[in-house]
Design a protein around this ligand. Structure first.
Ligand code: G3P
Length: 222
């Protein structure tokens, strides 16, 4: 399974990239709106210089011509850019055209296995299922991941399932167990995945015990 970071914040990306655990980044207009003093294009290119893997950048045009133009522009920003397009009728039409041009599409805002199947069939490379938002709406978000993985496996669809809108560490474990190829993880969640209180307690105990034998070693002439 590949782990992506779900943020447009370059400091967070630089910090986490050093740990060798992320192989891509997803952004969206909401994440980008939190960043000040930088254009979307410049930030995406900056991210591509830090992370050598797919970096998703979202289109906002709502008509087909606008979507095609915007997607082609975004795709030209960097070789690693994957263009995010929401799954609706226009989005599917755009994906069908753009995928034939070799542009990689991350079909986003997917909330059902039917939408996932349509996205994959239209030619999307990545299919982003928004697990947390489904949970928020009282549905079982991970069920859509389970159904989609089963369908993609059954028909050997080349699109990869990207579990998105993940809110807590169990989400990541469940997405991994179900066979989602990618989980995109917000910075805070990534931090929560690293931490375990018993690790902290264990480090403190080992440190304290090492001081005891260091004291003994100091007393013994070599
Ligand atoms: O990648 C999509 C993700 O950012 C959406 O997350 O928390 O806004 O539902 P959220």
């Amino acid at each position: 399974m590949r782990l992506f970071l779900d943020t447009a914040n370059i400091d967070q990306i630089r910090e986490v990239a050093k740990m060798g655990i992320i192989s891509g980044v997803t952004t969206n207009p909401t994440l980008m709106a939190k960043e000040e003093g930088v254009t979307y294009r410049d930030r995406v290119v900056e991210i591509c210089d830090v992370v050598d893997g797919p970096v998703s950048a979202e289109c906002t045009a709502r008509d087909l011509d606008g979507l095609l133009t915007e997607a082609r522009e975004i795709a030209a920003w960097h070789d690693n850019v994957v263009v995010k397009i929401p799954v609706d009728e226009t989005g599917l039409e755009a994906t069908a055209v753009l995928s034939k041009e070799g542009i990689k599409i991350n079909m986003t805002l997917v909330f059902s296995a039917n939408q996932a199947l349509l996205a994959a069939t239209a030619g999307a490379t990545l299919v982003s299922i928004f697990v947390g938002r489904l949970d928020d709406a009282g549905q079982e978000g991970m069920e859509v991941v389970r159904e989609s993985v089963e369908i993609f496996d059954q028909y050997h669809l080349p699109a990869q399932i990207l579990a998105a809108s993940l809110r807590h560490p169990r989400h990541v474990i469940e997405a991994a167990q179900l066979g989602a190829q990618i989980a995109t993880i917000p910075y805070g969640l990534l931090k929560a995945m690293v931490k375990h209180p018993l690790t902290d307690v264990g480090i403190e105990k080992f440190l304290a015990d090492s001081k005891a034998y260091e004291k003994e070693s100091a007393k013994t002439p070599s």
